[in-house]
Every structure is written in structure tokens, then in C-alpha cells.
Design a protein around this ligand. Structure first.
Ligand code: AKB
Length: 320
């Protein structure tokens, strides 16, 4: 029998590609995409069911869950770190009240939930290289505060009400289909877009900034794999650390220049530099590997080749 899945935040960077992959694997009618303010990328609305809702409206969420007989929710709607610092109260409202609504509906209807946490749970006072799974969580951004609180909520709903909720701490996600919506790690995506469009980029963090990143196919696999894992194999309902590939901005620029000769980069760090500096350079993800077999597939060069191929195709087709 096909599982009926809802993707909340289904028009965003991760949601839109997850929707295509879940529809490819499990059938187009089995995946309901829930959008809100963002225009769905090409093919999303006509490749399966699509609805809109404000995640803060629990009644609407419940109505859709009942109407489509939803058994599984991937809840990806969030205000990211950069935008969150411009309006912290709004970030709290969307990120926390949205999550509570999903968890409440999940409790009422016995729905399995995936909710992503982030490297943003970490702050300045924990090891920044191979950051451990269990360490001090004192983030400096409202986004990070909502991710720590969100992890605790997930763990609480699991322990108290038996909600089957699963989570990972994503690093920055690099992808070529839908742009991220206002995070600190967005420069690692924008650099490829701008190289293909103009062969130059002005970067908002300095050249020595090192952060963990991950290519979209690994990000999607992580979400689908942890959801498929047997419940009793999961030793935590907080977010699992996931390490991807770590590199400095200067290394990234070099990688881009190799594929786009003459590429020029300028560095004009803004408020996001302080955020980036507070996050890990790399993470220890042994627990995800041990518990549910997590393994990163995409390395730096392969990812860069694929990004250029996809973005150049989009430029030629007039969709960039
Ligand atoms: C952000 O930069 O805010 C996000 C994240 C690391 O969670 N991409």
C-alpha cells in the first residue's frame, strides 16, 4: 500500500526536490505538496497534488491531513538564519508555532514526521572541528534558538505522546533547482548561479570561512533513509549530526574558477560573517552512520561538475 505523504514547505529549496524524488519513487499521487508564499518551481504543481496553507493555521493543516489521508509529514517550512535575524519574533512564530501545529496534528492522527534541524544549533562555545553529537548547544541566532527548542519539542512529543518524529542536523545545502530562502550558507549556492550568469560574485563571508555543506541528492537521501529506518534503531529523537563536505570560501572559488575561467570574486562580509563564525567547520556524524546507515555520496568535484552542468542547461533553456 502507498504511504500518503505531505511535504510542508514543499516549494522551498529542499521541499521541491524532495517532492520530485518521493513522487518518482512512490508515485505522483502519493505526495501532497503544501506551499504558501513561494511560487512553485516548474513541474511541481502538475506532477501531483498541490495545496496552500499557512503553517500557523492548525485547522487548515488538519483539514488537509484528513482529506488526503496523510500518514507521513516532511515539515520543511522555516525562516532561515539570515532572514531570521531581521525579524526574530517572526522566525520564532513560523518555526516554533508551525512545528507545534505539525506535532499536534501528528499526535492526533498517528502520523510519522520528519523535521530538519541544523548546524545552527551550535554556537561559539563547542568544538568546531568534528563537532560531537552531544555537546553544548548555545546558538547565537534566533534560527538556532528555534532549532534547539524544536529538537527538544520533537524529543518531548516522542517521549510523552509516542509521536514518531525523526530529525537530522543539516549542514548548508547546495542545489541547482530552487534557491535557498535567506540562510547564511546561501553563498555556497549563489556562487555557482553567479558564475554561470556573470562569471563574478560578491561574497558576504570572507575567504577563510569554512562550513560543512552537502549536495542536494545526499540531503534528500538522508531524509528518506531516516524515515525508512526501523523505529527502534534510532537512539535519539533530537537531530542527528550529518557531516557533508567542508571547504573554505577561497577553496570553493578556486573550484568554480577551474570550471569557469576568469571567474572573479570579491569579499564583502556582512552580519552573516558572525553567524558563520559561530557554526562548526565539520561534524562528527558517527551516530547517524551507526543507527541508520548514513553515508555521504557526493564529494566536492563531482558536486561542482553537476552544479555547472545543471545550471548551464537551465541558462540555455532560459529558466535561470
Ligand atoms: C542557514 O544558513 O540558515 C541554513 C542552515 C545551515 O540551516 N542553510
Amino acid at each position: 500500500m502507498v504511504t500518503r505523504t505531505m511535504i510542508v514547505g514543499g516549494t522551498g529549496q529542499i521541499g521541491s526536490e524532495l517532492a520530485h524524488e518521493l513522487r518518482r519513487r512512490f508515485g505522483k499521487d502519493s505526495v501532497l505538496v503544501l506551499g504558501h508564499s513561494r511560487r512553485p518551481s516548474e513541474g511541481l504543481m502538475d506532477s501531483g497534488p498541490y495545496e496552500t496553507a499557512d503553517i500557523r493555521d492548525r485547522e487548515r493543516l488538519l483539514e488537509l491531513v484528513v482529506r488526503y489521508d496523510i500518514q507521513e509529514i516532511y515539515h520543511l517550512a522555516a525562516v532561515l538564519s539570515g532572514v531570521g535575524e531581521k525579524d526574530p519574533q517572526f522566525a520564532w512564530d513560523i518555526n516554533i508555532n508551525g512545528l507545534i501545529n505539525v506535532l499536534e496534528v501528528a499526535r492526533e492522527r498517528a502520523i510519522k514526521v520528519f523535521w530538519p534541524s541544523s548546524i545552527a544549533v551550535f554556537g561559539n562555545n563547542c568544538p568546531h572541528v568534528d563537532t560531537p553529537q552531544d555537546t553544548v548547544l548555545q546558538p547565537t541566532t534566533m534560527y538556532g534558538v528555534t532549532k534547539v527548542a524544536g529538537e527538544l519539542l520533537c524529543e518531548y512529543y516522542h517521549r510523552r505522546y509516542g509521536v514518531d518524529v525523526r530529525s537530522v542536523r543539516y549542514p548548508g545545502i547546495i542545489s541547482a533547482e530552487t534557491l535557498p530562502g535567506g540562510g547564511t550558507t546561501d553563498y555556497a549556492v549563489a556562487i555557482f548561479y553567479e558564475a554561470v550568469r556573470r562569471n563574478q560574485y560578491t561574497c558576504f563571508v570572507n575567504k577563510d570561512t569554512v562550513l560543512p555543506m552537502m549536495y542536494m541528492p545526499d540531503c534528500i537521501n538522508a531524509a528518506i533513509d531516516i524515515m525508512a529506518a526501523p523505529s527502534d534503531s534510532l537512539s535519539t529523537r533530537l537531530g542527528y549530526n550529518l557531516n557533508g563536505i567542508s571547504f573554505s570560501t577561497a577553496e570553493l572559488a578556486e573550484l568554480v574558477r577551474k570550471r569557469s575561467p576568469g571567474f572573479a570574486i570579491r569579499y564583502e562580509p556582512d552580519f552573516r560573517q558572525t553567524i558563520a563564525d559561530s557554526w562548526p567547520d565539520s561534524m562528527d556524524d558517527y551516530r547517524a552512520t551507526e543507527d541508520w546507515g548514513w553515508k555521504v555520496e557526493w564529494g566536492l568535484d563531482r558536486m561542482a561538475d553537476d552544479m555547472f552542468a545543471k545550471l548551464r542547461r537551465r541558462l540555455a533553456a532560459g529558466t535561470l
